[in-house]
Design a protein around this ligand. Structure first.
Ligand code: C5P
Length: 420
């Protein structure tokens, strides 16, 4: 965090504290933000005051703590609209399930809700709740709505909860992790901390293997099963890895994209060909499986073109399962790449499904993206991704696919264990 002082100096943070046991960590968050030169204004919900006092928060922040929407004095002092505007960033920590439901629904019946509805500032939420509440479809729905509204997420993380015997995803991120997320947001996408590592070539001497594009699964010599993947994100990742100094092998399904500069490309058609090409390319330090591999293929490929003979009888299409390339490589005993990264293209419950996929496939990182048709990810130029790891979730704003690739490569490089 070499540049942390500069990023937060003279920045105005409005911190909204909601009612959860994690509120005690928000006192430390105030301190961490202030010691980096930020000014912090605090708003507390009713619930928050059950856990910590406005006096304690005010003493650390060095100012009034705002709690009431209909408080004549406070409204004359600054008013909720000014609170919503006079800052560089709003942080909600802890964000309870209830407050997030309010935000998703646009409720404004208390000061925190009114500010969050009236603001045009970037908002970062750090959720904290019981794992069952986090996993509930209602919370996941609300999170999806908030992310679609452009709100950024820090955490939650996995671990022990305050309640004894409870573990899972739901713990609020540590104050320093929230500070890092604040800095990332304030830096406005200019640079992430890991980018300062080395001289822009953090993957020098590493072999990176990337899969990209769809696969084509033949029905007969002229027909096949396919999907809408353009390969753009995977090709951009291969190019970014090469730019970061890596030796890169790209195993690409059928796409019309040119070979990225400095990348060794193997073109394949089917999932089985892709798996074979991946196995040949190993060993690798990092494997990034960005391909949209067909889950099924026709059980029998006809040797000649199937004919419509006028009888009205349609040929049956029996399918069989394709090998899962990511899971096969991630579960290898010998020769498993040091870091295995998978993608999860989802249309529903994006984060929950990505978390499940992490365990099921044996990946170290799942890059989740919402590919609902409304987002135009498949074939489009931009992508909104969430990085899901066993430690927690990090969400990035919508970015061009090239920028997602560049950041992802630097982020991954930052997670590589130093080689002995
Ligand atoms: O199960 P799902 O297709 O959503 O998983 C997505 C991840 O798994 C991606 O990283 C994709 O490249 C990989 N995958 C694979 N082989 C398959 C299916 C998916 O490598 N047959």
């Amino acid at each position: 965090m070499a540049n942390s002082d500069a990023t937060l100096r003279d920045k105005r943070i409005l911190l909204v504290i909601a009612g959860g046991i994690a509120a005690y960590k928000s006192l430390d968050l105030i301190r961490r933000l202030k010691e980096r030169g930020a000014t912090v204004r605090v708003v507390m919900t009713r619930g928050a005051q059950e856990f910590i006092t406005p006096l304690a928060a005010g003493a650390l922040a060095g100012g009034t703590v705002y709690t009431e929407l209909f408080d004549r004095e406070a409204e004359q002092d600054v008013g909720h609209i000014r609170l919503a505007r006079e800052a560089d960033l709003i942080v909600v920590a802890p964000a309870t399930a209830d407050l997030m439901a309010k935000m998703a629904g646009g409720h404004a019946d208390d000061l925190a809700g009114a500010i969050l509805l009236a603001t045009r500032l970037p908002v970062l939420v750090a959720p904290a709740m019981n794992p069952a509440m986090w996993a509930h479809p209602a919370t996941q729905r609300n999170i999806a709505t908030l992310l679609a509204d452009g709100i950024r997420l820090a955490g939650p993380e996995r671990g022990e909860m305050a309640e004894s015997g409870e573990a899972g995803t739901g713990r609020m991120s540590e104050p320093l992790a929230i500070v890092a997320a604040v800095e990332g947001l304030l830096a406005g996408g200019k640079a992430d901390a890991s980018e300062n590592v080395a001289d822009g070539k953090p993957l020098l001497g590493k072999h990176v293997l990337v899969t990209a594009g769809p696969t084509h699964e033949p029905i007969d010599p002229v027909r096949y099963i396919a999907n809408r993947s353009s390969g753009k994100q995977g090709f951009a990742i291969a190019a970014a890895a090469a730019a970061a100094g890596a030796r890169v092998t790209l195993v690409a399904g059928p796409v019309g994209l040119a070979d990225p500069e400095g990348v060794s490309v193997r073109r394949v058609e089917t999932a089985r060909d892709m798996l074979a090409a991946v196995e040949i390319a190993l060993p690798a330090d990092i494997a990034i499986f960005a391909a949209a591999v067909a889950d099924w293929r026709p059980a029998h490929e006809a040797g000649s073109k199937l004919k419509k003979d006028g009888s009205g009888i349609v040929p049956p299409l029996h399918v069989t399962e394709n090998p899962d390339i990511l899971a096969t490589i991630a579960h290898r005993r010998d020769g498993r790449p040091g870091l295995v990264v998978g993608f999860a293209a989802e249309t529903d419950d994006v984060l929950e499904n990505a978390e499940k996929k992490l365990g099921r496939k044996g990946a170290d990182i799942i890059v989740a993206n919402d590919v609902s048709p409304a987002n135009n990810v498949m074939g489009g130029a931009a992508n909104t991704v969430h990085l899901v790891t066993p430690e927690g979730i990090e969400s990035w704003p919508q970015l061009p696919k090239d920028e997602v690739a560049r950041r992802l490569i630097h982020w991954i490089a930052g997670r590589l264990k130093p080689t002995a």
